[in-house]
Write a protein that binds this ligand. Structure first.
Ligand SMILES: Cc1ncc(C[n+]2csc(CCOP(=O)(O)OP(=O)(O)O)c2C)c(N)n1
Ligand SMILES: [Mg+2]
Length: 321
């Protein structure tokens, strides 16, 4: 793997910190009941979205599922519009109608929907349109280890392979589908090896190592622009909070507290900080300053959402097809 520059590592750190700080703040105030949208937090999984999206161009398209805050922010989605959306306000990214699991930004080419697997064929459609328009863009589909069990996943990969479409399939394997471990749902053979049987190049990456995720996504995306074809990345990672909602679920017997703590020790932000400190002793001050700025940004977004107007009844049927 190539050593990444300090500038790039700083960008990766800032992007992961933005997601972590925003979600921790939203999780903290969620119990106050102002946000009425079921919310799936990405805390712990930031490196996958950040590593992949840092390898993309703004005009590349990203599709995600219910756990979409990280992909939205990593692709450059506006923080204020995201917070407004969670508060159900008219200035939200979907005018307050979508909530947490339907984040979208036309400006950044990022779209999410929570029906498992549903956005996978949409990403293939986007790649087909890029190919038909002779554009050098690529499409990325982020989805979980359970979405991969939907039949449409195999159909989508098959079509992309046969038509040589520039789609990067990114499976965020956090081992769980709500409360069911992967060992009860899938055969023992690793995901990346099974998917290879569909005729696509696949790889398994440590999804908590943002540099490794970036490096591989960059190599694949550069290749795909020259020589269109799909690739598949299984990124192994872990969510810290409950499946849906802001809390830790240590009392829930489907996983042990020890397991969660073990993954917290592999925190993607802590790991990057450690690797940056080795090369750059001044990181501590930069890191604290970066954190403070992002905390202010997030606080301002929350304050603004609280004061913002609700959608109006007269607009209820606008944009409804
Ligand atoms: C077609 C469909 N079936 C069931 C659900 C309910 N559901 C929401 S999230 C989820 C688990 C998803 O697991 P995974 O894809 O691994 O993503 P993760 O939540 O782990 O990020 C399920 C079963 C759904 N949204 N869509
Ligand atoms: Mg999962």
């Amino acid at each position: 793997m190539k050593t990444l520059s300090i500038e790039l590592k700083k960008r990766l750190m800032r992007d992961m910190l933005l997601i972590r700080i925003a979600e921790e703040r939203l999780a903290e105030i969620y119990p106050q009941g102002e946000m009425r949208t079921p919310t799936h937090f990405s805390i712990g999984q930031e490196a996958v979205s950040v590593g992949v999206c840092a390898a993309l161009k703004k005009s590349d398209a990203v599709f995600a599922s219910h756990r979409c805050h990280a992909a939205y922010l990593a692709k450059g989605g506006d923080l204020g519009a995201m917070v407004q959306e969670l508060f159900g306000r008219a200035a939200g990214s979907c005018r307050g109608r979508g909530g947490s699991a339907h984040l979208a930004s036309g400006a950044c080419n990022m779209y999410a929907a929570p029906i498992l697997g549903a956005m996978i064929p949409v990403s293939v459609g986007a790649a087909l349109s890029f190919a038909m328009d002779k554009k050098k863009n690529i499409a990325v589909a982020f989805f979980g280890d359970a979405a991969l069990e939907e039949g449409v996943f195999a159909e989508s990969v098959n079509f992309a392979v046969v038509k040589k479409l520039p789609v990067l399939f990114v499976c965020e394997n956090n081992f769980y589908s709500t409360h069911t471990h992967i060992k009860y749902r899938q055969p023992g053979r690793p995901i990346y090896r099974r998917v290879r049987g569909l005729g696509i190049e696949t790889v398994r990456i440590d999804g908590n190592d943002v540099c490794a995720v970036y490096d591989r996504a960059k190599r694949y995306s550069d290749t795909m622009r020259r020589d269109p074809r799909p690739y598949f990345m299984e990124c192994v990672t872990y969510r810290y909070r409950e499946h849906v909602g802001p809390l830790f679920d240590f009392e829930n017997p489907y996983r042990s507290k020890e397991e969660v703590m073990q993954w917290m020790r592999k925190c993607p932000i802590g790991r990057l900080k450690k690797s940056l400190s080795a090369a750059w002793p001044g990181i501590r001050w930069w890191y604290e300053d970066c954190r403070a700025r992002l905390e202010d940004e997030v606080d301002a977004a929350v304050r603004s959402a609280r004061l913002s107007p609700w959608p109006q009844q007269k607009d209820l049927l606008r944009d409804v097809y």
